[in-house]
Design a protein around this ligand. Structure first.
Ligand SMILES: Nc1ncnc2c1ncn2[C@@H]1O[C@H](COP(=O)(O)OP(=O)(O)OP(=O)(O)O)[C@@H](O)[C@H]1O
Length: 141
């Protein structure tokens, strides 16, 4: 009887492939997805570091709420585009089994283009918001 229980404990749970049954289950898998992306994607780590630096600078310059909102939304767009790019890369690698395909190239290039556009816009937004603050801080206006 004791042996039975011990053996049963060692049986690995089958991988989950059905739908989530409640909000907390969905949340748990979403958080593990973020953790996985953070561990495996260097760019996401850089972007989260960038988010922390931008938020610290916003706090340092005591920016008004409107500018906080713009910065938060801009950072969120960049991180979400990076996550979309990561999804595209993994799906392509899964489907092509890492073999060359011209459509796979287009999908990956377009996804990377989305990241490039959002990051470029984020840099412009950052310059527009922070350059006047820096000039004011050093009395250069
Ligand atoms: N299966 C494939 N078929 C055709 N081209 C591919 C394939 N896999 C990758 N490529 C090409 O190589 C490029 C880099 O792909 P890769 O998956 O390494 O992205 P990455 O360098 O990890 O991107 P990131 O810098 O966003 O993490 C793609 O943009 C694409 O042009």
């Amino acid at each position: 009887m004791l042996m039975d229980l011990k053996e049963r404990k060692q049986v690995p749970k089958p991988p989950k492939v059905d739908k989530n049954h409640n909000f907390f289950e969905s949340m748990g898998y979403a958080l593990s997805g973020i953790k996985f992306a953070f561990i495996h994607e260097r760019n996401i780590r850089y972007q989260i570091l960038g988010l922390i630096l931008v938020m610290s600078a916003a706090w340092f310059f005591a920016l008004p709420i409107e500018k906080w909102l713009i910065l938060i939304l801009t950072c969120a767009i960049v991180i979400c585009m990076e996550i979309t790019n990561t999804i595209a890369e993994w799906i392509i690698d899964l489907v092509t089994d890492n073999q060359y395909h011209p459509i796979a190239k287009n999908v990956k290039d377009v996804a990377a283009g989305g990241v490039l556009i959002s990051s470029t816009m984020a840099v412009i937004v950052g310059l527009l918001i922070f350059v006047p603050e820096i000039l004011l801080f050093f009395n250069l206006t």
